[in-house]
Design a protein. Structure first.
Length: 228
């Protein structure tokens, strides 16, 4: 259904009620997964002396929480008012998330310099660098589409590109959580878990989060993108 034919007030039909309940359950699954992930990382950080290294997982955890929440709040938006509000919150949250990642990157880079260690040798480091650069491009792409659509010729042309920003967002969130899973399995983090057996809970967190995100995804809406 085109956006012009979508009512401002959602129908209270049984189908819409079912979708609404499913979205609510999915939202709580995502929240539970995030809380579980943060708790597991936090349980390691409280066992470590506070130093430059610990600032990296701390800031990156904040980054992951914000970047995930920034996607979830746009899943789904039904009315033009919701889309407009969601877009503003999305832009703000993703910007804050990227700022957190910048400082997280700086601290781990500085820590390796002071420790005289090589950079970007592990899969976690290499993927992290790739994600960091890709997110910068994604951030600029989203801001220009949403707030400076004239750069693409017109608002209509900018709207046609929105679905690519959305698709790339889902690709990046997958890469971000993959990078995070590599990070929590790094020797320093893994060895300081309260119990090595707790590592499987990270998989539970990922399943809850992506199960919720996938459930709330409306692929059919990608055919008629909107940046209202």
């Amino acid at each position: 259904m085109s956006e012009e034919n979508t009512p401002l007030v959602a129908s209270s039909s049984p189908m819409n009620a079912h979708i609404s309940r499913k979205d609510t359950v999915s939202k709580y699954c995502i929240a539970t997964g995030i809380i579980l992930f943060v708790s597991l990382v936090g349980s390691v950080l409280v066992r470590l002396p506070f130093n430059m290294f610990t600032l990296h997982p701390l800031l990156m955890s904040l980054f992951i929480v914000f970047i995930t929440e920034g996607i979830v709040l746009l899943q789904p938006t039904r009315t033009p008012q919701e889309k407009k509000k969601g877009l503003k919150l999305h832009a703000m949250i993703q910007t804050v998330a990227y700022i957190a990642s910048i400082f997280g990157f700086i601290y781990i880079f500085r820590n390796k310099v002071l420790s005289n260690k090589a950079h970007f040798e592990s899969a976690h480091g290499k993927m992290g660098l790739f994600v960091f650069i890709s997110l910068f491009i994604q951030l600029l792409f989203g801001i220009t589409i949403g707030y400076v659509p004239q750069l693409f010729g017109s608002v209509t042309k900018a709207k046609k590109l929105w679905k690519y920003h959305r698709i790339m967002g889902y690709v990046l969130i997958t890469l971000i959580w993959t990078t995070a899973q590599l990070g929590v399995r790094a020797e320093y983090m893994y060895n300081n878990l309260y119990s090595p057996h707790l590592i499987w809970l990270h998989w539970v967190a990922v399943i809850l989060i992506f199960g919720g995100i996938i459930s709330r995804t409306r692929v059919n809406k990608w055919k008629s993108p909107s940046i209202q």
